[in-house]
Write a protein that binds this ligand. Structure first.
Ligand code: CA
Length: 232
């Protein structure tokens, strides 16, 4: 079995040691970058399958690293946040991170999240199901590509899966927890707001006017649905 490569971006040696040990034991190849600029360089050189990204780094901070990685494709990123602050997480997710883990964490949790995010990314390579056509959208699970009016939307795997889930059932209301379960394969209470950040990103790419969404509609206090008639 060829191990997946994880780029671990972290400047605290103690955390690097323990996370590396657990990931390697689980069969991953682990490369380490200890500051932000090196992280960007190593990312471009190594093309890892996943990036574990600490936010507080010397040089470029984690947000800037995430922004640069995102300009360069849809490699999954899991953020390691030092504080349990909602704002930190949401900024990370708005920059296109797939998930986050709050310190202090158990190394087992890190391994479980890495596995889940990679499974999700791999799943996105071929989401089971037929092409969905709704309004002027075309969503192709085999190619993991979505189009509006024939124009490709540059969605991350997580964003693709969310849009695909909503579009398969136009008009059906999904709660945040249901959507979280769909895209992550697990759902924890308290993480529902991550869905809002992903939806915001999708709207930026999908909606002609993201402030007045026509496709993905907010259902007050509940969640989201895809407009049934496209003229909402
Ligand atoms: Ca740090």
């Amino acid at each position: 079995m060829q191990g997946k490569t994880v780029l671990l971006v972290e400047d605290e040696a103690a955390i690097v040691d323990v996370v590396r040990r657990y990931l390697e034991r689980d069969g991953y190849r682990v490369m380490v970058a200890s500051d932000g600029q090196r992280a960007v360089d190593e990312f471009q050189r190594l093309r890892p399958d996943l990036v574990l990204l600490d936010l507080m780094l010397p040089g470029l901070d984690g947000w800037e690293v995430c922004r640069r990685i995102r300009q360069d494709g849809s490699t999954p990123v899991i953020m390691l946040t030092a504080r349990d602050e909602e704002a930190d997480k949401l900024i990370g997710l708005e920059l296109g991170a797939d998930d986050y883990i709050t310190k202090p964490f158990s190394p087992r949790e890190v391994v479980a999240r890495v596995r889940a995010v990679l499974r999700r990314a791999r799943g996105a390579e071929a989401v089971p199901g037929d092409v969905v056509r709704v309004h002027d959208l075309e969503i192709d699970p085999a190619r993991v590509e979505a189009f509006r009016n024939g124009q490709a939307l540059a969605l991350t795997p997580t964003e693709f899966k969310l849009l695909f889930t909503l579009a398969r059932h136009p008009g059906r209301v999904f709660t945040r927890l249901q959507l979280l379960d769909q895209v992550q394969g697990y759902a924890f209470e308290g993480y529902e707001r991550t869905i809002d950040a992903h939806i915001k990103n999708i709207r930026q790419k999908l909606e002609p006017d993201p402030r007045k969404p026509r496709y993905i509609l907010t259902v007050h206090r509940v969640g989201y649905r895809l407009a049934e008639d496209g003229r909402a």
